[in-house]
Design a protein around this ligand. Structure first.
Ligand code: UT7
Length: 343
């Protein structure tokens, strides 16, 4: 026989799927009701309810030792128990947060150490209210690519710590509460499971509409008299951005997946303001049971928002294997992101 042997290309490894094996959440016990806010600032229960749909929020209590990393660790422990896994099974821990206490170490390192995740990788991601959606998109692709098998993802913010609970800060402080939510993502041999379309976007030119200054140089022009360590939000501008981007993002994600709004079983959306959620529901003609709302009980919990909704839906048995679930969020940065999962 002459000539070269035909080159034989090794077969591609089987395409992996990714599943959400478990979820967990932690809401601090202490509550801030609208009546509590009426005592701190010039506002009314009626104004807050009508403009935001919020009745109460939770807040961490440092006197009880609660903080971003402690409630993150509790939420991730819950997700591991739900997945029937040990912390030592995790290859990587990602915490999505803007509430990290120290610049170093990361919240994720504190969480991994606390739960006993051994030498698992640990890293924080900051995409403000979109953090959990960004982090699950990235974790998903790391598993799909074959580099990791089990990743714990937490979304947690404790923004009560950066609110100005005086009349000056009332446009922002009425909105936010504290929460942690978590999910454990696992490799599966079923390649149909996992994200079928996703998007991650930002507009850094509009950062000044939502920011938390740490140093004098962090203030944008015209911010005289503002304080360090307080969150500032231009509510009207963020509202306009959110209403537009929220709907465009859902449309873009459906388009990428070749699906219509009716095909999706659940829209698990960042709970920013009940009016913003309602505008998306109306635009796509969604029945109420497809777009989960818990903002009345917990407020806007930033990175905690989407994973807490996800956990509440799963633990109520409303999200089932094989269903299509779209995670959608938008927030500071400005950022907006989605992930459409085949569960
Ligand atoms: O999660 C990150 C993304 N964030 C968001 O999606 C938040 C988007 N923005 C919002 O949800 C809304 O802008 C807010 C709920 C924050 C504010 O509602 P709004 O309808 O946009 O109110 P506004 O800021 O336009 O203020 C309207 C009026 C103002 O009075 P004047 O100037 O019309 O006399 C405010 O001073 O309401 C006043 N006001 C309040 N009154 C009573 C602002 N905050 C309060 C308050 N209580 N807490």
């Amino acid at each position: 026989m002459t000539g070269r042997a035909a080159s034989v290309r090794p077969p591609d490894p089987p395409r992996r799927g990714v599943r959400i094996a478990g979820t967990g959440m932690l809401l601090p016990e202490d509550r801030i009701t609208n009546a509590d806010l009426e005592k701190l600032m010039e506002t009314t229960d009626e104004w807050i309810l009508q403009r935001t749909g919020i009745r109460e929020r939770r807040r961490v209590n440092p006197a009880k030792g609660e903080s971003c990393w402690t409630i993150s660790a509790q939420a991730l422990r819950g997700a591991l128990a739900d997945a029937k896994m040990d912390a030592a099974d995790l290859d990587l821990v990602i915490v999505a947060t803007v509430s990290t206490e120290q610049a170093c170490p990361s919240t994720a390192c504190r969480v991994a150490g606390e739960i006993g995740a051994g030498a698992a990788g640990a890293v924080d991601m900051n995409a403000a209210c979109c953090g959990f959606v960004y982090a699950t998109n990235v974790a998903h692709d790391l598993i799909r690519a074959g580099s990791y098998r089990n990743i714990g993802v937490v979304g947690c913010d404790t923004l009560s710590e950066v609110m100005d609970y005086s009349t000056e800060g009332r446009g922002t402080a009425i909105l936010f509460g504290d929460a942690a939510g978590a999910a454990v993502l696992r490799a599966t041999d079923d390649p149909s499971r996992g994200i079928i379309a996703q998007a991650m976007h930002s507009d850094g030119t509009s950062w000044r509409h939502l920011y938390i200054p740490r140093r004098a140089r962090d203030f944008p022009a015209g911010a005289e008299g503002k304080k360090l360590g307080v969150m500032y939000m231009n509510g009207r501008e963020v509202f306009k951005f959110a209403v537009t981007k929220f709907c465009d993002l859902i449309a873009q994600t459906l388009d990428r997946a070749g699906l219509t709004p009716d095909d999706v079983d659940h829209y698990v959306c960042h709970q920013s303001n009940a009016r913003i959620l309602e505008s998306a529901r109306e635009r796509f003609g969604l029945p109420q049971e497809k777009l989960y709302v818990n903002i009345d009980r917990v407020g806007n919990t930033s990175s905690g928002s989407v994973p807490v909704c996800l956990h509440e839906l799963r633990s109520a048995g409303r999200i089932r294997e094989g269903q299509l679930v779209m995670l959608v969020a938008f927030g500071g940065g400005l950022t907006w992101a989605s992930g459409l999962w085949r569960m």
